[in-house]
Design a protein around this ligand. Structure first.
Ligand code: DAU
Length: 339
């Protein structure tokens, strides 16, 4: 099988490429990645000499670049991991999110339609459903996005549905809970907190820290995509969740404990505007295909902490940029002013 993976140099895409190359040694993989700030060729250094892997530098909304790959590589399936993914960045600058999530998805869907590609998987998020106080979201829940990020993702997902309804383009859309693990960009809560603590810096907790997220270890997410690639029903959406929920404050305490640090290192900062309080998914549709998570949260978090502890050379250069420093200084300054 020939797989076109877009955004393969990011956290999720690179983990999936490594997973697929090991699980299916005969598959050929083409990785189309724009190498934005979050796309890091270091994530796939170990794939460079694999004869069944090729890298193409380009954007998914670049029609010419996409067409060239479809003509020359002729993928049997496309998995679209390419996305701007950080909610805080979308609040500061939504434009890039709309370009990638909406225009990019459209460009890929058009190519899939023109070339009669057998399968297109859209990697999306639980955030399109908005926040839920009690219970869980099923796949038929309405979309109620609350951030420019989730609104842009919802736009791409709606296009997928429309292409299936209108042209019978063979799409599958996934809505995943929060994922974590090795190679996670250190702007998201888990890698940010781990790396801050490794640098003896405080960890900025938004608001009162009671916000709840459901978590999946990256390997379990890869296995879910594997199942959907081979057995998912075309035209359907699937939630990907573990049922493991934790409030941010408790997550912070777990990370502090794993690193032997004091809880005084938690620094309350101003809340994220439009901050969704809780996400939770009903994943029984995916589980009916035989998938279930294998890595418990305790195990996954320990593995992740250990990976970051032993891979400073990977994350240190990413944290030297000014963005994160600037961003968290803004929050801290505003919070102190309010006190
Ligand atoms: O739910 C899936 C989504 O999870 C993905 O679709 C997104 O691409 C991904 O970014 C993630 O979104 P979140 O906003 O949930 O992830 P983030 O790590 O930014 O924040 C997780 C929680 O932690 C959220 O309640 C905000 C809080 N937080 C985050 C950061 C970065 C803090 O308290 N402090 C922080 O410094």
């Amino acid at each position: 099988m020939k797989l076109l993976i877009t955004g393969g140099c990011g956290f999720m895409g690179s983990n999936f490429i490594r997973y697929a190359a090991a699980a299916y040694p005969t598959y050929e993989i083409c990785n189309l990645d724009a190498l934005t700030y979050a796309g890091n060729p270091e994530n796939l250094r170990d794939m460079e000499h694999n004869a069944r892997y090729m890298f193409v530098h380009g954007r998914i909304e670049d029609e010419e670049a996409v067409e060239k790959i479809f003509k020359e590589f002729k993928p049997d399936a496309v998995i679209n991991y390419a996305a701007e993914t950080h909610v805080d960045r979308s609040i500061m600058d939504p434009a890039a999110f709309l370009r990638t999530e909406v225009l990019g998805t459209y460009t890929l869907l058009e190519a899939v339609r023109r070339h009669g590609t057998a399968r297109y998987i859209q990697i999306s998020t639980d955030e399109v459903y908005g926040s839920i106080e009690h219970g869980t979201f099923s796949e038929d829940a309405p979309f109620l996005p609350n951030s420019p990020y989730s609104a842009a993702k919802a736009g791409g997902d709606h296009l997928c549905r429309a292409y299936w309804q209108t042209y019978h383009t063979p799409v599958i859309v996934t809505h995943s809970c929060n994922y974590y693990g090795p190679y996670h960009y250190p702007e998201k809560i888990i890698p940010l907190f781990i790396t801050n603590l490794l640098e003896e810096k405080n960890i900025p907790l938004y608001g009162d820290g009671t916000h709840v997220r459901e978590w999946i270890y990256t390997e379990d997410h890869c296995r879910a995509i594997d199942v959907l690639l081979h057995e998912g029903a075309i035209g359907e959406a699937y939630n990907i969740g573990t049922g493991y929920e934790i409030a941010n404050i408790d997550l912070a305490k777990n990370i502090l404990a794993l690193l032997g640090k004091n809880e005084k290192m938690i620094e309350p900062v101003l809340d994220r505007p439009g901050h969704d309080w809780r996400y939770a998914l009903n994943s029984s549709k995916l589980r009916s295909l035989g998938w279930k998570p294998r890595v418990s949260f305790d195990e996954g978090l320990s593995r992740t902490v250990e990976w970051f502890r032993t891979h400073e050379q990977w994350w240190k250069p990413l944290k030297s940029g000014t963005y994160l420093e600037y961003y968290h200084k803004q929050y801290t300054a505003r919070t102190s002013a309010e006190r």
